[in-house]
Design a binder for this molecule. Structure first.
Ligand SMILES: C[S@@+](CC[C@H](N)C(=O)[O-])C[C@H]1O[C@@H](n2cnc3c(N)ncnc32)[C@H](O)[C@@H]1O
Length: 582
């Protein structure tokens, strides 16, 4: 049976329908309910009470919308909520006050009532009125079924968590041991933007990303992260702890920012859960735990939530952020700054028009159009999936390189009439590109282009794959380009390219990259991670004769008579840091 969208048990139904309540004001009924279950202001007003009663008499079926994307709605099942509170209780957590900032139907509140007999006060906040009712009804049902249970003062507040002043809330519960518990919404600000939703904090650029980073998505953040950070800021000096189910990426960001924020939190733990089983979604998420009022910790220990096995530790070591802090700290030796600048491949956001295959003397695009182009601006294009081999020297796909450097005027395109005609025909596709980087730039602009793109040899890696494998790219008459899912270094000399390719594929470099990257990130390899590989140090810690052997094996696969000697690696030691122009 449902009332105002909330499920109601027979026990609660009979209780609310009891004869004593007939003709009584809501304030009288509220007092009775508070006496039974500790829940304050069960009915916020007489009108709400009358509405509820009317619905109770009708007991109409209401339906929860199945998927409330805007609210990042993934209710925690009761079994998991109980496992979490049981785990916290076994750890010695004995809260006097519990705050659930987005409490939903209230499973964490009920689990807390069962496992923490020490609680004197509970505050739950939730935006969705059906869940607020459900939560209050569940609490009433719990106390009607367990009349002897410890009865804290309970407030379930219908409110937008972004409008709650947690510092004020803190004053209400001062001097108590606090547990901030829950599972905040699973949604990012860019998803909310796409949904045209306003379920956002007012200051959306809370990470203070500037310029290109904000435009290219680095300013994108999880709402859960904003909520946790707000709570930590308010409660870091209180006694108690926080325990939240959140995406691993949120935990990673909190620990990453901890180097700068130095919040007074410690005992940082990430307990991995199986989201497919618990929420039927394919997301990497965990129970995050931290203790307040302590020396700022910079490491997070990762466990399996179900069996308690320790899996790894991540965080800061000597100023470097590691995804896997090894007992053997030799990898830290190559942590530094690359002497060569890593580049991201070409970005055009117009694959229907800009990606094509050869067909006889013509080209065919993704729109299945066949057309002619002058060869001058056509270059072979490699994508992540093309970087599986050790050496690549041809491509299936081609692209039109409309500029030689970012921001170059595109007037010269008229000199290539067939290419110009083809591009003009599709000008609307280019003008439709959403990313703001194209605004104010010439028509047909591309990004990730510069002198470095036109060097003949490249050493590249996919940002999307977890294999940590570098590919040597040879020219196919002209230099081959890579797309923006890949990162590369480029060279004028084949010997230099082979030397760096060999060094990057050594165990020490790959293990180092593994220790600083997160396999559950959307883009595991980033420019930042690659720039941390100090090639000169990697060379110092590598076995030079082994390097020579491996480099010469590469030469033999490309049928090049050249061979490499020990001194051919020396340039890696000497290279000055190149200036990054874009
Ligand atoms: C991931 S669910 C978890 C619910 C509950 N904490 C649990 O563990 O079952 C997130 C909850 O946040 C609520 N919510 C979303 N945006 C909110 C906001 N701005 N203020 C308060 N609650 C919000 C949703 O309605 C939903 O109930």
């Amino acid at each position: 049976m449902q009332v105002l969208g909330a499920d109601i048990s027979d026990l609660v139904f009979d209780y609310l329908n009891n004869k004593d309540f007939v003709g009584k004001e809501y304030s009288y009924i509220n007092k009775e309910i508070e006496r039974v279950c500790g829940c304050k202001s069960f009915f916020p007003s007489q009108d709400q009470y009358l509405l509820f009663k009317e619905e109770l008499e009708r007991t109409e079926k209401f339906c929860f919308s199945d998927y409330r994307a805007e609210y990042g709605d993934f209710q925690t099942n009761m079994a998991l909520a109980e496992q979490v509170t049981k785990h916290l209780s076994a750890k010695g957590v004995k809260p006097e006050a519990v705050i659930e900032p987005t409490c939903g139907k209230g499973n964490f509140i009920l689990a807390a009532l069962r496992y923490f007999p020490t609680i004197k006060q509970i505050i739950g906040i939730e935006i969705y009125s059906q869940y607020v009712w459900q939560c209050k009804i569940n609490i009433l049902d719990y106390f009607l079924s367990n009349p002897q249970a410890n009865k804290p003062a309970i407030q379930i507040i219908r409110a937008n968590v972004f409008e709650i002043d947690f510092n004020m809330l803190k004053k209400q519960i001062s001097n108590s041991n606090i547990l901030v518990l829950g599972n905040p919404p699973w949604v990012t600000n860019s998803m909310l933007g796409a949904l045209d939703s306003t379920n956002l904090p007012q200051k959306t650029n809370f990470k203070k990303q500037k310029g290109l980073d904000a435009i290219t998505g680095k300013g994108n953040f999880d709402i859960a992260e904003y909520i946790i950070i707000s709570l930590i800021k308010s409660f870091e000096t209180s006694d108690g702890c926080l325990s939240f189910l959140v995406k691993n990426s949120v935990i990673k960001n909190i620990i990453y920012e901890q180097c700068k924020n130095r919040f007074h939190i410690s005992d940082l733990e990430e307990l991995n859960i199986d989201c497919k089983k618990e929420f039927n979604v394919s997301v990497d998420a965990s129970l995050f735990f931290c203790t307040f009022n302590s020396q700022p910790a910079l490491h997070c220990q990762v466990y399996d939530f179900y069996n308690g096995n320790a899996l790894k530790k991540f965080g800061w070591v000597k100023g470097g952020f590691y995804s896997d802090i090894q007992a053997d700290d030799s990898l830290e030796n190559i942590d530094g700054k690359s002497s060569m600048v890593w580049r991201q491949g070409i970005k055009h956001d117009c694959s229907n028009v800009m990606e094509m295959e050869r067909e006889g003397g013509l080209f065919r695009n993704k729109l299945n159009e066949s057309f002619e182009l002058e060869e001058d601006l056509v270059f072979g294009l490699l994508k992540s999936s093309d970087l599986k081999a050790q050496v690549v020297n041809n491509s299936k796909k081609y692209t039109i390189v409309t500029q030689r450097y970012v921001g170059q005027k595109t007037d010269h395109l008229v000199n290539y009439p067939k290419t110009y005609k083809y591009l003009q025909k599709h000008i609307d596709e280019f003008r439709k590109r959403k990313s703001t980087i194209y605004q104010g730039n010439p028509d047909f602009s591309i990004f990730g282009i510069g002198d470095y793109s036109f060097k003949p040899y490249k050493v590249a890696i996919s940002g999307l794959y977890k294999t940590m494998h570098f590919t040597l790219i040879m020219p196919q008459e002209k230099p081959l380009m890579v797309d923006d899912t890949c990162y590369f270094l480029s060279f004028d000399s084949l010997k230099d390219a082979v030397a760096v390719h060999t060094l990057l594929n050594t165990e020490i470099t790959r293990s180092f990259l593994k220790s600083i990257t997160f396999p559950d990130a959307k883009r595991m390899i980033t420019k930042e991670a690659l720039m941390r590989v100090d090639l000169a140090k990697a060379l110092e810690f590598s076995n030079r004769s082994q390097l020579i052997k491996e480099a010469n094996a590469v030469f033999s696969t490309i049928n090049d008579k050249a061979s490499i000697k020990a001194e051919d690696f020396d340039f890696i030691d000497k290279k000055d840091v190149q200036l990054e122009l874009f």
